[in-house]
Ligand binder design. Structure first.
Ligand code: NAD
Length: 492
């Protein structure tokens, strides 16, 4: 049995309590490793280390260009180890090797991009309306950042936080999901190898209540960046508000994938399948509501079922597997219960609806790609995030109805529009209440392009130039160039 230790102040260590918990492989449903079960003591050690690194350590003395160089170096090390990191991710979260390898090979770009940005954070000289003053701004790092991540794409989602936070000059304490901690621990070691000073990046492991909560509450943590469920995000936001902490939240979604009758239907079928069955539906941007124009409903559903039936379930480490297991045991139960809910609500089961029973599925937590037709947008299956391979198909008449249905959920993360009419694509993109709109595409992301949610899908943006601002605060410096102080009882 492998054991992975926390990373605090540049050193590997067990938890203060000496307790461990098991982590399971979703394909075999067997425990494969043990992770330290942290608590508030570990959190305090990690935050103190991050605080010391930020305020007095060598990191605090480095120029932005030196920080950028370190970020470049770690990017190179991630590229070197991409295969190894991807294998670890697959073992721990059950996602496809094809997907995780692609992600791990892409990660270095975040470090090159934000490394390049580190020394381009500039203040401004303000041409003041008041004579006798020189006024300029500085953009300063916020301090210690707490990064709390979910289980679906541990290293990608951690990277979206680590790269801009370190580029800004902050230090970081990461709390990975209790279901998938191993990869983040191994990842953090690469930063020491790249030459990051101790305390700049720390990893504390354990459960939300034992580790996540004290981390959010710690007075030396100045910023919380969280990806996970909206219910957890709400609790974190409330706790952070009590100490006026900065917060970014990337929460869930119930994203519409809208197909108009003028679309290239074969492309749109591919987009619908990739929107919901890629990553076994366990992505926050899953296109879990397929909105179909009524004139193409039957034709489209036929084509969709034909393609979805070919999806190959099995060992996620095989490059030709298309649908892997669900990552966690509780999530597996949750997805199955939503299938029952949809049936009770009157949705028509068109495909799947059962645990995967093919021999290739072994004992893994597999669920067949599942499609429900005749879904009404008011049903729970259309309103609540399932986070599994379950697609709801909803019919619409025209553009106005499509937009109204698309927006009639409390979430607003992703959205897809399939049409050959450029005017329509722009009209609809403008009206959709979502942080990302993909036209004739779905589920594309880049380090260069902002990512985040409207409505209950979150606060703040990751990726793109402005992401670094999430880790900075502005100071305005006023210098009197020689004006004599006047009446002290009046504002200048
Ligand atoms: P989760 O909210 O249960 O857990 C996320 C993290 O929060 C874990 O590390 C967990 O231990 C921690 N946590 C739990 N309670 C906490 C508390 N009280 N205080 C502090 N930390 C706490 O989410 P999950 O089940 O791991 O992930 C699935 C969810 O993540 C889905 O809702 C999905 O949509 C969302 N997600 C969003 C994005 C995005 O970018 N918008 C990306 C991926 C996943």
């Amino acid at each position: 049995m492998q054991r992975f230790e926390m990373v605090i102040n540049g050193e590997s260590c067990p938890s203060a309590s000496g307790e461990w918990f098991d982590t399971e492989n979703p394909f075999t449903a067997q425990t494969w490793a043990q992770i330290p079960r942290g608590n508030g003591t570990d959190v305090d050690r990690a935050v103190q280390a991050a605080h010391a690194a930020f305020s007095t350590g060598p990191w605090s003395q480095m120029s932005p260009s030196q920080r950028g160089l370190l970020l470049h170096r770690v990017g190179d090390l991630i590229a070197r180890d991409a295969q190894k990191l991807a294998a670890l991710e697959v073992r721990d979260n059950g996602k496809l090797m094809a997907e995780m390898l692609g992600q791990c090979q892409y990660l270095p770009q975040w470090y090159y991009y934000f490394g390049g940005l580190a020394d381009k954070v500039q203040g401004t000289v303000i041409p003041l309306d008041k004579k006798g003053y020189f006024n300029f701004t500085r953009n300063e790092p916020l301090g210690v950042v707490a990064a709390i991540t979910p289980w679906n794409s541990p290293l990608l989602l951690a990277t979206w936080k680590i790269a801009p936070a370190l580029a800004a000059g902050c230090t970081i304490v990461i709390k990975p999901s209790e279901f998938t901690s191993a990869s983040t621990i191994e990842f953090a070691k690469l930063f020491a190898e790249a030459g990051f000073p101790p305390g700049v990046i720390n990893v504390v492991t354990g459960f939300g209540a034992d580790v996540g909560s004290p981390l959010v509450e710690h007075p030396l943590v100045k910023k919380i960046t969280f990806t996970g469920a909206d219910s957890t995000g709400r609790k974190i936001n409330e706790a952070a508000a009590r100490q006026f902490k900065h917060v970014s939240l990337e929460l869930g979604g119930k994203s519409p994938n809208i197909v108009f009758d003028d679309a290239d239907l074969d492309d749109a079928v591919n987009g619908a399948v990739s929107g919901i069955f890629a990553a076994t539906g366990q992505t926050c941007i899953a296109g879990s509501r397929l909105l179909l124009q009524e004139s193409i409903y039957e034709t489209f559903v036929d084509k969709l079922l034909t393609l979805a039936r070919t999806a190959k379930m099995g060992d996620p480490s095989s490059m030709d597997t298309q649908v892997g297991p669900v990552t966690t045991r509780p999530q597996y139960q949750k997805v199955l219960s939503y299938i029952e809910t949809a049936k009770q609500e009157g949705a028509s089961l068109l495909l799947g609806g059962k645990p995967g029973s093919a021999p290739e599925c072994g004992n893994g937590w597999f669920i067949e790609p599942t499609i429900f037709g005749d879904v009404n947008n008011k049903m729970r299956i259309a309103q609540e995030e399932v986070f599994g391979p379950i697609l709801s198909i909803i019919k619409f008449k025209d553009e106005d109805e499509a937009v109204a249905l698309a927006n009639d959920v409390r979430f607003g993360l992703g959205s897809g529009v399939w049409t050959k009419d450029i005017g329509r694509s722009i009209r609809v993109a403008e009206k959709l209440q979502a942080g990302m709109v993909w036209v004739n595409s779905y589920r594309a992301v880049s380090y260069m392009s902002p990512f985040g949610g409207y409505k209950d899908s979150g606060l703040g943006r990751e990726n793109g130039i402005d992401a670094i601002r999430e880790y900075l605060q502005t100071k305005s410096v006023w210098i009197n160039t020689g004006v004599k102080t006047a009446n002290p009882f009046v504002m200048r």
